[in-house]
Design a protein around this ligand. Structure first.
Ligand SMILES: *[C@@H]1O[C@H](CO)[C@@H](O)[C@H](O)[C@H]1NC(C)=O
Ligand SMILES: *[C@@H]1O[C@H](CO)[C@@H](O)[C@H](O)[C@H]1NC(C)=O
Ligand SMILES: *[C@@H]1O[C@H](CO)[C@@H](O)[C@H](O)[C@H]1NC(C)=O
Ligand SMILES: *[C@@H]1O[C@H](CO)[C@@H](O)[C@H](O)[C@H]1NC(C)=O
Length: 415
């Protein structure tokens, strides 16, 4: 054990000594011309490929000659439109669109569950809540509040509504939703509802303001057009009216499935502007993707609750509504670039420096494949000592004494 440790220390000592001595050597590249057609061909081809790639990458793919703006100022306004007929009842946007002022998040209700005529009072707890089943009052703890439950326990054991078994009584809005909720059929007409999205974007660095609606001189014609048109990638790129059915299809979702569970869909507006050409070419593109985790079935979907309050005979009552719907999150990405000398210089210098990679590749090819007899490698790594005594022998096999061989440094070496 001690021996091994000793050896290790010696080895480490040796290594550090070598490294320390080597650290104070000066290294300088030497130019060596190798007259070899194969290598020359490889070198020029690699050089050509590398230069072409960098020109393509810097000037075409990445537009690295441009100054860019990635923090634009963005404003989004949304408006839901459409009418649904539900039996005798007509539903307009006030009823199904939330919130009413139309920001970058807007939702539409697709299905509702009503719990009518709730009042503050006492009634039986839902039977699936922990410890809610009981056979006597002693099973129920007075004042206990279960966070999975619906209210505060009164300490009595009562019949579960019109069923035969008993649960603990609670003080809450009665009757409870889990027992009394009535499902309404889905709002199938919602597939034809439209959402109007007005989006403006400003790139402060370049002082460019763009909107997703085309400017028009005649305001009335414009309004007429906007109330009729539907978005189409090629035919109507400036018409920001989207059918919910279109959005669901684009997000690859089944609309009737969405009606059942609700869901969150991201509406992505992407501005990628090259301001070297006229700003009018700067058009938005739209894409749609579902944002809630659909695979996690238990937790997916989208719903919210609200209530309508009224006063019956002096008693405050409410209709509780659990609403399933589509929530649209409008997410805008903006990116603009314009020619500027500084990034151009930096990119050009970077590209030119990268050409050095050719030498590394060719050196490797030369030393590994072509230099079978180690003719080149002997000359490639030279160690110059001022007063040469005898050839230095180290672990680096390429190193050769320079003393006896006063050959021209740029001498051509025939293969
Ligand atoms: C309470 O009793 C009902 C009816 O007997 C039963 O269906 C339910 O599973 C019970 N709840 C719990 C939490 O055991
Ligand atoms: C309880 O009453 C509801 C209506 O209030 C009814 O639909 C249900 O069938 C009744 N259940 C039983 C077990 O009687
Ligand atoms: C939606 O609109 C299309 C054409 O305007 C119509 O054919 C279709 O029946 C409508 N769908 C619903 C559910 O109202
Ligand atoms: C959508 O889902 C419903 C029920 O979940 C199914 O009946 C229907 O075939 C589905 N439609 C498509 C186009 O997949």
């Amino acid at each position: 054990m001690c021996e091994v440790f000793h050896k290790f220390i010696m080895g480490l000592h040796h290594f550090l000594k070598e490294y320390f001595l080597g650290f104070w050597d000066y290294e300088t590249p030497k130019v060596m011309v190798i007259k070899n057609r194969t290598l020359g061909l490889i070198y020029r081809s690699v050089q050509f490929l590398v230069i072409t790639y960098f020109i393509w990458y810097v000037f075409i793919s990445q537009k690295a000659y441009q100054e860019i703006e990635t923090r634009p100022e963005i404003s989004v306004y949304t408006l839901m439109k459409g009418i649904a007929v539900h039996g005798d009842e007509i539903l307009d946007t006030v009823e199904y669109a939330r919130p009413s002022e139309g920001g970058d998040v807007i939702s539409t209700i697709l299905r509702r569950e009503f719990t009518y005529d709730q009042k503050q009072g006492t009634c039986a707890e839902y039977f699936d809540v922990t410890n809610a089943n009981c056979s006597a009052d002693s099973d129920c703890v007075q004042g206990e509040v279960d966070f999975d439950g619906h209210g505060r326990r009164t300490g009595r054991c009562v019949q579960y509504y019109n069923h035969t078994f008993k649960t603990c009584e609670i003080q809450t809005w009665c009757p409870i939703e889990r027992f009394a909720a009535v499902q309404e059929p889905e709002l199938v007409e919602a597939i034809n509802f439209t959402i109007f999205i007005r989006n403006s974007i400003r790139f402060p660095k370049f002082k460019v303001l763009r909107g997703n609606i085309k400017d028009a001189s005649n305001k009335r014609d414009m309004q007429k057009y906007l109330s009729k048109c539907h978005y189409h990638t090629d035919k109507e790129p400036y018409c920001p009216n989207f059918r919910l059915g279109y959005i669901a299809t684009q997000a690859r979702e089944n609309f009737s499935e969405l009606c059942r569970t609700g869901g969150v869909i991201g509406v992505f507006i992407n501005w990628d502007c090259n301001l070297d050409i006229d700003p009018s070419n700067c058009k938005p593109t739209y894409s749609f993707r579902r944002l809630d985790l659909r695979k996690d079935q238990a937790n997916s979907g989208y719903y919210f609750r609200f209530a309508k309050y009224y006063n019956r005979n002096g008693v405050e009552s409410r209709t509780l509504i659990k609403a399933y719907g589509i929530r649209l999150d409008v997410i805008v990405h903006g990116h603009a670039g314009k020619f500027s000398p500084i990034p151009t210089i930096i990119s050009t210098v970077t590209a030119m420096t990268s050409v050095g990679i050719c030498t590394i590749i060719c050196d490797w090819i030369m030393l590994t494949f072509i230099d079978k007899n180690e003719v080149y490698s002997e000359r490639k790594f030279d160690e110059v000592v001022k007063e040469p005594k005898e050839p230095v022998s180290t672990e680096l096999s390429f190193i050769n004494s320079f003393g006896s061989d006063h050959s021209d440094l740029s001498e051509g070496v025939p293969l």
